[in-house]
Ligand binder design. Sequence first.
Ligand SMILES: NC(=O)C1=CN([C@@H]2O[C@H](COP(=O)(O)OP(=O)(O)OC[C@H]3O[C@@H](n4cnc5c(N)ncnc54)[C@H](O)[C@@H]3O)[C@@H](O)[C@H]2O)C=CC1
Ligand SMILES: O=C1[C@@H](O)[C@H](O)[C@@H](O)[C@H](O)[C@H]1O
Length: 352
Amino acid sequence: MRRGQSSYNVVRELVEMQDLRIGIIGVGQMGADHAERVVRRISGARLVAVSDPDLPRANALAESLGEIRVIEDPLALIGDAGVDAVIIASPGFAHAEQLMACLEHAKPVLCEKPLTMDTESSLRVVEAEHKLGRQLIQVGFMRRFDPEYAALKQLLDSGELGRTLLLHNVHRNKSVPDTFRSEMIVRDSLVHEVDVARWLFDDEIARITVHAPKPTSLVANGALDPQLAIFEMANGAIADVEVFVNFQVGYEVRCEAVAEKGSATIGLGVDVLTKRAGQWGGAVPEDYRVRFGTAYDVEVQRWVDATHRREIDGPTAWDGYAAAAVCTAGIQSLQEGRPVEVEMARKSEVLG
Ligand SMILES: NC(=O)C1=CN([C@@H]2O[C@H](COP(=O)(O)OP(=O)(O)OC[C@H]3O[C@@H](n4cnc5c(N)ncnc54)[C@H](O)[C@@H]3O)[C@@H](O)[C@H]2O)C=CC1
Ligand SMILES: O=C1[C@@H](O)[C@H](O)[C@@H](O)[C@H](O)[C@H]1O
C-alpha cells in the first residue's frame, strides 16, 4: 500500500487493473451508444480511449464520459499499450484495415457489421485470424443477443414445432440519411436477416434473389426502397425479407418462423399495447437503439466476459464473411433482376 492510500483504494485499483481497457473507433451514432454502454452499464471493462477523424465529436464525447483519451489515428489506438480490446464502430469501408491491425496487435475486437465491404476482403480477414490460431474477432450481429430472437432460436432448436420450413421477416427503419443507396440497403440493413437466417436455420444461404418493387416516392436519391429478398437455404428451406428503410412510421423488426407443427412470431411489440381515449395501440420505437438496447447490452457484456477468458462468445469472422458473400450476391441479383448463387469458400478448406 502506498503512503496515504486507503485499503479501499488498493482494492479498487486491483479491480480496475483487471478491467478490460476498451478503445472505441468511430464515435458516431453506434460508437457513442457503445461508449455510453461501456461506461455506464458494462462490468469488468472501462472505456479508456476513443478515435474519430471528427475530432470535435471525439473530444466532446470523451469529455462528457470522464477521463478518456482521444487518439486521433485509429491504428495508433489499436496499437496503444493501454488498450486491451477494441470496439470498431467506424463506417464499413474502414473495417478491413482496422480489423487487420487488431489481428496484427493480437487485440480482441468487437466489430460492428458489416465485417467488411466485400467477400474477398472478408475472406482475407478470416484467413489472417485463422493463421493466428486464436479467435479475436466477434461481429456485431446483435440480434442473436435479443431476448425475443434468443427465445425463438431456443424454441426452434428444441424441435417442439418440428422442422422449420420458412421464415417471414420484416425490417423497417423510419428513415435513413440521403447517402443510403440501394446497395447499402443490402449490405447495412438486409445483412441482419442474412445472419438471422443462417443462425436460425443453422445452414448457409445457397441462393439469393432481391426484388425491387416500385420505390417509395419519398426518397429523392434513386434508392430502390423497399426491397424484397428471398434466401434459398442449402437444405431447401426459404426465408423472405421485406426491407424498407424509409417507412416513415418508426422502427419495426419482425420474424415469423413457420415449422411443421406450428409457427412462432417475434417483434410484435405487444408488451406496449395500450388503450386510451377510445383508441388502442402502442408505441413504435424510433430506431434500433431503442428496439435492440437490451441486445447491445447483452452482446457487449458477453463479449467482455468472453474476452477475459480469451474467447469470443457470438458471431465469428466466418459469420461476417458468409454474410458478406450473401450480400455481394444480393447486390448482383438486385442489379441483374435474377436469382444469384452465393459464391463462398468451403469452411473446412479455410479453417481446416
Ligand atoms: N448493429 C446495429 O444495429 C448497427 C450497426 N451499425 C454499424 O455501426 C457502424 C457505424 O455506423 P453509425 O454509427 O451509424 O455511423 P455514423 O456515421 O453515425 O458514425 C461513424 C463515425 O465514424 C467516423 N469515421 C469515419 N471514417 C472513419 C475511419 N476511417 N476511422 C474511424 N472512424 C471513422 C465518423 O466521423 C463518425 O463519427 C457501421 O459499421 C454500421 O453498419 C450502425 C447502426 C446500427
Ligand atoms: O445496423 C443497422 C443500421 O446500420 C441499418 O441502417 C438499419 O437498417 C438496421 O436496422 C440497424 O440495425
